[in-house]
Design a protein around this ligand. Sequence first.
Ligand code: FAD
Length: 587
Amino acid sequence: MATKATQAAKTAAGKAVQAAQAGASAASAAASTAKARTRTRTAAAGPTDYDAIIVGGGHNGLVAAAYLARSGARTLVLEARPKTGGAATTEAPWPDAPDFKVTRLSYVMSLLPPTIINDLQLERHGYKIFPMGPYYQAFPEGGSIKLYADDAKRNYDEVSRWSKKDAEAMPRWDAWLAGLAEVLGPLLLTVPPNLGSRKPRDLNETLRLAWRNRNLDVRTIADVTRLMTMSIADLLDDWFESPQVKGALAVNGVIGTWAGPYEPGTAYVMAHHSIGDVGDGHLGNWGFQEGGMGAVADAIARAARQNGAEIRTDAKVSQITLKDGRASGVILENGQQITAKVVVSSLHPRTAFLDHVGRQNLPDDFVRDIEHWKTRSGVVKINLALAELPDFTADPGTNLQEHHTGSVEMAPTMPYIERAFQDAREGRPAARPFSDGVIPTAFDKTLVPEGYHIMSLFTQWVPSDWSEEPHAEELQAYADRMIDCYNEVAPNFKSSILHRDVVGPYQMEHDYGLIGGNIFHGELSLEQLFHMRPAPGFADYRTPVPGLYYASSATHAGGGVCGIPGMQAAKAAIADRRSALRGPRRR
Ligand SMILES: Cc1cc2nc3c(=O)[nH]c(=O)nc-3n(C[C@H](O)[C@H](O)[C@H](O)COP(=O)(O)OP(=O)(O)OC[C@H]3O[C@@H](n4cnc5c(N)ncnc54)[C@H](O)[C@@H]3O)c2cc1C
């Protein structure tokens, strides 16, 4: 997630982040929490009829709730776990060290657009980002590289230590990506048109999209086509020669993906993690939320409550009910029935549609699309409590230095990353996994006692079917190997570890609802993007069931902690409600 070199398009983004910092007010956040606490209930209590029910209190469900409540709808969020946030969660996983908190699954922010930050006044509710430092890789054979998001001069110096030719290519690469980000960025906030539909409204939307992009020339369309179809390896081979530089730039192409860097489509995954502007101002640069990613969800929950939404935890939904073919509410696992004319689900598509709505209530084509939905990834998250910072042979010292403040990678070359994928594809956990590591406590002093650190390792791959069994011992052995890889370049690493927490695909599926362990509720592969996400004909945040809307990361613009699916689903529901008052409905 955190590779910085490809993000020249984001030079202005740091300013947005600083503005976010400046605006944050912990005091008002605390005040609104106290006020809002009155609207938090457990599953058993509360009224049984609302205007809108949100299934799932992950960040997207909370965003949807905030917008719906803001529109005046009596809104209820139902969350299965004891706390909201879903994959955006801060937890204390070690009972004997309750003062150490980790951002247990997702770990860095970037994609949340200013529209949502401003609409929901998230800074007032505790949204506060520390911009990250450089990308850093120390190489097992010696030496290191740092890459900066917005410092071309230092990038030139760093890269020219490995290849002068690559150092000269880097500004052109950054400009090329920035150009593509200008095209792709605004698409993230675009509701995908229903391509192929002959309904006048759908044709109109398709034409509007074409008209908005009428200025694209032959060269730009060719570049976008390359980006969408190429592997990150082939793309980088066209630009660079040094294995070290290519390794650094390849990481974003495989984050959360069941595909090695030589697989077609990984160039787009890199772009998804590198786009700097979604058309409504610049996105935040990659950064650390104070208090971990759970604090982002908490800020959104405060905004939702302040707008009037009610949030119930320990409230697992087991069914979405229908009346006369329309969504009419939900039934909880404890048997309680709650009604509403609008239901928004933010769960994995298999759970939302196949389990909660039921195949018998859905069109056959749609059922098949959801059954075929690809949802693998082989990700293992390793959270560590450290007694001291890593002391890299290439950049010695346990004192806080710049290379500790960004992403601290273990992805030295593309063949290294590819080997890790091939191991997993052949049915074995990677012998030498790759890791996108970060040390949020370089900035955030709220997570640990003074003098200690948390290091979060986002690692890949284990076999994709490890979501079916816990593989507990093998996961520990995998974590040992990952730690050994860092120990080769920072010899104090292993001995500095006080506690460790290893979360594999089985736990992601069973504890967090991430089916198959996929971090985005579904792969970001080409056949699952834009008008195909989550299924052709239903990429506009509506579903085959009138009154049921869909807000998970399995819709366009997801995944990641971006809130766009939540916002778009709420907007679709609000628009339909208004047009229902005026006349006949669309579907
Ligand atoms: C290991 C990992 C690392 C990641 N790193 C990053 C990162 O650094 N940056 C980034 O932007 N993104 C990252 N992501 C992706 C990102 O976290 C997700 O795309 C995003 O958080 C998903 O949000 P959501 O609201 O769509 O779904 P979720 O967060 O999955 O929320 C769904 C909610 O529904 C609840 N639920 C499930 N079943 C039921 C039920 N039956 N009834 C009621 N509630 C139910 C769940 O408990 C959960 O709270 C990461 C994800 C993982 C797993």
